[in-house]
Design a protein around this ligand. Structure first.
Ligand SMILES: Nc1ncnc2c1ncn2[C@@H]1O[C@H](COP(=O)(O)OP(=O)(O)OP(=O)(O)O)[C@@H](O)[C@H]1O
Ligand SMILES: [Zn+2]
Ligand SMILES: [Zn+2]
Length: 890
């Protein structure tokens, strides 16, 4: 950690900062008090990142509060050692959100804070200041007076010390006042202009150095930072630097340059001058002819300078600007409701249930426009997988440079730069996957979650948050509107929307978690029909002697499209398919030596890898058990389908998209582009091909094995199957050409397949909800999954049994085990049982499930339980992991 400001005598300080230290353990999961040294006084606020002494070390922490007193005796009170950023990385509302998360998901406060900070910031950083564009303009129009002396110390030093009250620094809402104050007072002070001029001459300059020259200027610097007159740049050592660009600049005025250019004989040089003039006197070196620049530089007409640039991953792409479309009646009805809610500026959540191709995106776009018009910002969440150029294009096309894109495939530096644009307020729309919900905007008006049913909105590592819950909570803080959009809403959200309007009493034990209002768009834009679906019973195919992967109807349809030059999407449901190595002679399956799970085969490197612990080995050529050579890869299936396609339809152009072919950065995008340009006939893939794509020439969608996920031990299996089929069917016939879908299955009578083929969400959801109610699974209860791990099995078994007893006792003490409404208890504890993966990294795993209904505060119950289990961790080393509202029951 690099020091920004040094400390003096801590005993001078009376102000206290409450700091959450970055040590993710239960024992340290509380605020620690530190004295604020006087120099740091104006800089420390809620959300500041600081370095503090902790035991023998200095560690990082986040200030969550400032107070005037502490119980810590003054001898023991330690001062903050370092301030890591001049503008805090987290605004106060995100700090509050992190506190809420730590309660909801039973994780440490610091884990929740850290997930909000871009990883680029966690490297070693060095801070410096430069002028903002406003300040540059000011200095151009009102140059600093001549009596400027290099040290900048003038007679009006006393100026810096006044106006403390007026400033009201640290309040985000005070910004307007602050900018007003700057305009009214500060800018007329020659001293302030000197400060800016000094920065201009020495930029980038560290705050430390600036303060040496202007010892009293701390508050003015801070005010300037808030107002954008000064901009803080971060140079991150080791990890990522700020990107520099070589620029060529004119050294003379426009008239002089014109005259000079007119007199030039060399054509290249003349062109270069004209280009520079057209670009307002400055252009990147790489855009110009290097030898012409060299010649001009030798004549002293231009010079080359380093410019700091924000990396823009989409810079190379041109986005065609789009205009709002006239809305269809359905869209207009939905939009007017959203508009009304937006104008009210009160928190509210909607579910937009619109069939595939109903034009949800256009509704999003126009709602965002409305939101921006009232000077508020918008966040759009999409599943990582649909963060394709096509999706980005729609938002960039409408809002241009106002859009920041947060994409996990961006480099760390690119991601960090996008994040900075959000924090600095130079963009007003953020689009990204799950973690974009933490975009550090200050006045959020609208949060859109597209494909809200996607499981990728749930983070599977600590903090195990769900972006949907977090969005709803953030919206409450900001008075924002949340739109959950989907053609196949999750049962949780749909049930909540169905219950909207029933009072809490009537809902009783079946009360949904959120209050959601339902909006519907049941038809496709322009009256386009949903494609007809043919369900093929594969058992029948076998009976008539067809042993190939393709049923007769699918084969015919494929042939037909190839003849017509139309395109096909083929989906292989990957869940349930294997990626392991098996010996066909003895049945040996390569397993991780540390975990009870088969190793995954990676084709590119010919390695076997454990998905859980990272263990890797070379793929064996012969079976380690029986030495047979018939040991082979049981592929994802897509590879086999590809082989068969090539054999059956010689010359067919197939793009295979799965985990093996999309590991490289940008490969996913490239493939889709290639398909869009009709340089392939078939797009073959796993789940990846099912979502969000909109290709006009796709008229056939084939699903190879629709039911492979139905037999997973997961109460959401039917829901997932229905969603996948409906989504992929929705890719066909979205434009002028009519589409068709062929679904191959061994379970044609299963309700998820029957209703998906009828595009009947309502029928599916009512049947599914009936089943869920009968089995008492979400949304008719909430679950928490508690996983316990230890190296020794007998010890773990005993501990797990004790733990379950303890939890039952607590539920009993809380009066929650009493039967409510007949036989149904408010809290039920199941287990312990061995986890579906019973051993990971040499540790055995047991789990229990806590189920609760009605108004039970599940997080509080779980965290009370964990507290009483702490001695087990301390004395026996048993570890506990909690997942509140789990999406995966592992
Ligand atoms: N008002 C409109 N007038 C004309 N065309 C429209 C209108 N609204 C949307 N469209 C077009 O309809 C098509 C489908 O819209 P869109 O992709 O937004 O649907 P969607 O509801 O998001 O579907 P999915 O859930 O499948 O992603 C797009 O090509 C879009 O440009
Ligand atoms: Zn073998
Ligand atoms: Zn392993």
């Amino acid at each position: 950690m690099k020091r920004c400001l040094s400390l003096t005598n801590p005993s001078d300080s009376v102000h206290i900062a409450r700091v959450i230290v970055d040590v993710p353990s239960k024992q340290t999961d509380r605020p620690f008090d530190y004295a604020i040294p006087r120099e740091m006084e104006p800089w420390i606020e809620i959300g500041s990142r600081v370095g503090v002494p902790f035991g023998p070390r200095t560690i990082q922490g986040i200030v969550i509060d400032r107070v005037n007193g502490t119980n810590i005796p003054s001898k023991k009170l330690k001062p903050i050692q370092q301030l890591l950023d001049l503008v805090p990385p987290l605004p106060p509302d995100l700090v509050r959100l992190a506190e809420w998360m730590s309660h909801q998901y039973v994780c440490t406060f610091t884990a929740a804070l850290q997930v909000m900070i871009p990883s680029a910031l966690k490297g070693r950083t060095e801070k410096a200041l430069r002028l903002g564009t406003e300040a540059l303009r000011l200095l151009d129009t009102q140059p600093v007076v001549d009596d400027w002396d290099e040290n900048g110390v003038g007679a009006d030093d006393s100026f810096w010390q006044q106006s403390d009250e007026e400033l009201e620094l640290g309040k985000w809402s005070g910004e307007q006042t602050l900018i007003g104050w700057l305009n009214r007072e500060l800018l007329h002070q020659p001293m302030y202009r000197r400060l800016l001029a000094y920065v201009q001459q020495h930029e980038p300059i560290t705050a430390e150095k600036l303060l040496q020259t202007f010892p009293y200027a701390a508050k003015a610097i801070r005010a300037s930072l808030y107002a954008g007159w000064l901009v803080e740049i971060e140079r991150i050592k080791d990890r990522i630097g700020v990107k520099k660009l070589k620029c060529v600049c004119l050294t003379m005025s426009e008239e002089e340059a014109l005259a000079f250019s007119a007199g030039l004989k060399a054509k290249r040089q003349q062109e270069t001058m004209e280009h520079l003039l057209a670009m307002n006197g400055e252009a990147p070196l790489k855009d110009l002819n290097a030898s012409a620049v060299k010649a001009l530089a030798d004549k002293g007409v231009v010079q080359i300078e380093d410019r700091e640039v924000l990396r823009d991953p989409y810079k190379e792409r041109h986005f065609k600007p789009t205009q709002p479309l006239p809305l269809t009646d359905e869209q207009a009805t939905v939009y007017s409701q959203l508009q009304e809610a937006l104008d009210r500026e009160k928190a509210k959540t909607f579910l937009l249930h619109g069939v595939t191709g109903s034009g949800k995106t256009e509704v999003y776009l126009q709602s965002i426009e409305r939101c921006l018009a009232s000077e508020r910002e918008a966040i759009v969440l999409v599943p990582e997988i649909s963060l394709t150029p096509q999706m980005v294009e729609r938002f960039k096309g409408r809002f241009g440079a106002k859009v920041a894109v947060l994409h996990s495939r961006l480099s760390q530096g690119e991601r960090y730069d996008e994040w900075r644009k959000i924090r600095e307020g130079s963009v007003s729309v953020a689009i990204g996957a799950r973690s974009a919900i933490f975009a550090p905007f200050r006045r959020i008006g609208l949060i859109i979650i597209d494909e809200e049913h996607e499981t990728s909105y749930k983070q599977e590592e600590t903090p195990k948050y769900h972006a949907r819950d977090v969005a709803i909570e953030r919206a409450v803080q900001h008075g924002a509107v949340v739109v959950l959009g989907s053609a196949t809403p999750s049962m949780e959200t749909y049930y909540a929307a169905k219950m909207h309007g029933y009072d809490a009493q009537a809902r009783g034990l079946e009360r949904p978690i959120w209050d959601v209002e339902l909006l519907e768009m049941p038809t496709r834009v322009a009256g386009r029909p949903l494609p007809p679906v043919t369900v093929v019973d594969m058992r029948e195919q076998l009976k008539i002697g067809n042993r190939s992967m393709f049923s007769a109807p699918l084969e015919e349809a494929l042939e037909d499209r190839l003849a017509k030059g139309e395109q096909v999407v083929l989906l292989l449901n990957r869940r349930g398919y294997s990626t392991f190595i098996m010996c066909r002679t003895c049945g040996y399956v390569a397993q991780c030596p540390e975990c009870d799970i088969s190793l995954t085969y990676h084709m590119k490197t010919e390695h076997l890898r454990c998905h859980y612990c990272g263990y890797t080995e070379r793929s064996p050529q012969t079976c380690p058990d029986c030495e047979s050579e018939h040991i082979r890869f049981f592929g994802t299936g897509t590879q086999r389908v590809e082989e068969q396609l090539a054999r059956r339809f010689p010359g067919i152009r197939v793009i295979r998209m799965d985990v093996d072919t999309t590991t490289e950065k940008g490969s996913h995008e490239k493939m889709l582009q290639q398909f869009r340009e009709r340089r392939a006939d078939v797009l073959l893939g796993t789940q990846m091909v099912a979502k969000g794509l909109d290709f006009p020439y796709v008229t056939l969608v084939g699903v190879i094995a629709a039911d492979s996920a139905l037999h997973m031990p997961d109460f959401r299996a039917a829901e997932k199957t229905f969603q996948l089929l409906t989504q992929v069917a929705g890719r066909a016939g979205r434009h002028h050409l009519p589409g068709e879908v062929v679904v191959q299955t061994y379970a044609p009578e299963h309700y998820s397949i029957v209703h998906a083929s009828g595009h009947d969400y309502k029928a599916f959801s009512s049947e599914e909800l009936r089943m869920r109610r009968a089995r008492l699974v979400p949304p008719f209860c909430r679950l928490a999954l508690l996983t316990m791990t230890h190296e020794e099995l007998p010890l773990l078994v005993r501990a797990a049994e004790n733990a379950v007893l303890r939890i039952k006792e607590i539920a009993e003490e809380w009066g929650l085990l009493k039967p409510l409404h007949g036989a149904v208890q408010a809290v039920d504890v199941f287990g312990p049982v061995a986890s579906p993966i019973p051993r990971i990294k040499n540790k055995y795993r047991f789990q229990c499930t806590i189920k609760c209904r009605g108004e039970v505060d599940l997080p509080s119950l779980v965290s009370a339980a964990l507290k009483t289990l702490e001695p087990m961790t301390r004395e026996q080393g048993v570890l506990f992991h909690v997942d509140v509202d789990p999406q995966m029951m592992m």
